[in-house]
Write a protein that binds this ligand. Structure first.
Ligand code: ZN
Ligand code: ZN
Length: 160
């Protein structure tokens, strides 16, 4: 799954994922529905330094959420398509799966916020789903947890 490429609609922003993702969430919350104008978003979680920008400079726009601080959504400055976003940590990107050249290259590892899932979306039995969220420690592969630990340590070292 590494080496996946994607971009915006006009082609100004192009990116490449330099490794496989940490985890893939399919989020059915109201915020994601509103931001995408759709039923859910596919968030491909990966370290920021593993999203190689091949061209363009996605610009952050702050979008209010129902709870918590605004979410930073990075958009193509020309066509305004959102290519990734940030929730709290600048070290992890939530790449929007629909912007991959082959969106079918990723599939959800978990469905979250199913309490607001639209009723006409039927979830597969073999993918864990959660009314709200889950404990990453219990669900993420050990290698992904180790990678997350690593970026947190680097951040702590930089901030010290
Ligand atoms: Zn564009
Ligand atoms: Zn969401």
């Amino acid at each position: 799954m590494s080496g996946l490429e994607g971009g915006c609609a006009c082609g100004a922003v192009r990116y490449r994922l330099t490794s496989e993702p940490l985890f893939v969430n399919c989020c059915h919350c109201f915020d994601c529905q509103r931001q995408t104008g759709s039923a859910f978003v596919i968030n491909v979680l990966i370290e920021t330094d593993r999203v190689e920008l091949l061209s363009g400079a996605p610009q952050p726009v702050e979008a209010p959420r129902e709870e918590g601080p605004p979410q930073r959504i990075f958009r193509c400055p020309d066509c305004q398509v959102a290519v990734f976003s940030e929730y709290g940590s600048p070290d992890v990107r939530f790449v929007r799966g629909g912007t991959l050249d082959e969106p079918s290259a990723v599939s959800p590892d978990a469905h979250i916020y199913t309490r607001s899932k639209v009723p006409w979306v039927t979830l597969p039995d073999d993918t864990p789903s959660f009314e709200v969220y889950y404990e990453a420690q219990a669900l993420w592969p050990p290698a992904s947890l180790a990678r997350l630990d690593e970026v947190r340590k680097l951040r702590a070292a930089r901030d010290a």
